[in-house]
Design a protein around this ligand. Structure first.
Ligand code: 2IT
Length: 445
């Protein structure tokens, strides 16, 4: 039998200095421990001891030259966490504060998220402490080439298929894929999120945001509600926030606030036109990491240095970073009448925030279920690459929609409590876990 505190004490002892990984693992283990303790097969197979340990971790040096012809050194990583149900799959994050602990938390989440998609994908994650902010296009190119020169030793279309994450978008995937092709002389879809003329899938750029809104739409329907007329806030202005703002608007909501590290903007007309969505993309591409220019451009309010969660809304969406919404933010949102809290970023809410939402019986959608549309559409890109064909946008969107509905139903099936309230955190963790655990048992240690 597993004991939660004992088990977590051991995880902490073995992973010093990795608080995000500890946080992510505690949430999953807490959710699944009863399922494991009630299943002799899982106990006999020591499933928790095995699932908590990455299969392997690569750490490598990335040397590149900046525009001043100075040599720069960064650290690159790829965490291959679990491939019991399919090749390792998960994004690459380029950000100054990336550590091995960050990527282990993301890789661990990815195992269960990928399992939820119903597609055959294992969990992995990678990245670098390279800071893209303020870098020139040529510097990004040189870094991406140097990064791929090392990474290509460890990946392959049936082994490990990276994609984008924070700091890695279409441009970076392009530069890395170009290097893969040169070194390996293979045009195999080893990365997803590729461009539309070289193997990318339609709807992949939009997919994380679209999928999040399809999931939210199901939550709304279950509560006899809809997007129509809802005032919503969306943190961030990157790829995920962009897709979310578009789909939320199309489904009838009004996106009244978006944010950046510099503060937030309030647009009472709604971030709801193609011009405004395109401007979000321009903000992201400018590599400055600030949202303030939106207020200037569209003549609305900018609130510097404050968190977006002080804006009263019906639905709050986290679309930026881990732990961006804490217990105090949750209390404020609840006090201001929030009806739904939806985590789109990976681990966007602290455990304290989630506890507040649960206590107030506010439906809370966890990132690993809500944002799974991104990696699911990456899976669809892999399918198209393997078949050497390209689907039209409607085909991809139909599949994405079906997958999100499936994930929602799995969460409800495993997470419904006695009073009818759905604990989506528990539901997502249990549903994602069972499939991977069964696969591990079937295949032996
Ligand atoms: O967190 C995520 O699921 C991603 N960054 C996307 C991963 C992928 O392989 O598309």
């Amino acid at each position: 039998m597993y004991n939660l505190d004992q088990f977590m004490a051991e995880v902490e002892r073995r992973n010093p200095g990795q608080p995000e990984f500890i946080q992510a693992s505690r949430e999953v283990i807490e959710s699944v421990i009863d399922v494991v303790n009630n299943n002799p097969k899982y106990l006999e197979n020591k499933i928790l001891d095995r699932i908590i340990e990455p299969d392997r971790v690569y750490e490598f040096k990335v040397e590149w030259e900046d525009d001043n012809h100075e040599i720069q050194v960064n650290r690159g990583y790829r965490v291959q966490f679990n491939n019991a149900i399919g090749p390792y799959k998960g994004g690459l994050r380029f950000a100054k504060n990336v550590t091995l602990g960050t990527l282990k938390f993301l890789g661990f989440e990815q195992i269960f998220k990928n399992s939820l998609t119903t597609l055959p994908m294992g969990g992995g994650k990678g990245g670098s402490d390279f800071d893209p902010i303020g870098k020139s296009d040529r510097e990004i190119l040189r870094f991406c080439r140097a990064f791929m020169t090392e990474l290509q030793k460890y990946i392959g279309p049936d082994t490990d298929v990276p994609a984008g994450d924070l700091g890695v978008g279409g441009r970076e995937i392009g530069y890395m894929y170009g290097q893969w092709r040169k070194i390996r002389n293979e045009n195999t879809g080893v990365l997803t999120g590729k461009g539309q003329t070289w193997g990318g899938s339609l709807i992949r750029p939009e997919a994380t945001g679209f999928g999040a809104m399809y999931f939210t739409n199901e939550v709304l329907k279950l509560n006899g509600d809809s997007f129509e007329g809802k005032r919503v806030s969306i943190s961030g202005f990157g790829n995920v926030a962009w897709g979310s703002a578009m789909k939320a608007s199309q489904l009838g909501a009004k996106v009244i606030a978006i944010s950046g590290p510099d503060g937030y903007i309030v647009d009472e007309d709604g971030v709801g036109t193609p011009e405004k969505w395109d401007f979000m993309l321009q903000l992201r591409a400018s590599n400055k990491n600030i949202v303030a220019p939106y207020a200037e451009k569209f003549g609305c309010k900018f609130v510097p240095g404050k968190k977006i969660w002080e804006v009263p809304v019906d639905i709050a969406f986290t679309c930026a970073l881990q732990n961006e919404l804490n217990g105090e933010d949750a209390k404020l949102l609840i006090k201001n009448g929030v009806k739904y809290a939806i985590e789109v970023s990976n681990m966007g809410c602290t455990p304290e925030a989630i506890a507040e939402f649960h206590k107030a019986r506010i439906p809370f959608g966890p990132g690993k279920a809500v944002n799974a549309g991104g990696v699911a559409t990456s899976g669809l890109e892999m399918t198209q690459n393997a078949q050497h064909i390209k689907w039209d946008a409607a085909e991809v969107d139909r599949n994405l929609h079906a997958i999100m509905k499936n994930i929602f139903e799995a969460c409800v099936r495993e997470g419904k409590e006695k009073d009818g309230y759905v604990n989506y955190v528990k539901g997502a963790n249990i549903a994602g876990f069972k499939k991977v655990a069964d696969a591990m048992c079937d295949q032996g240690f």
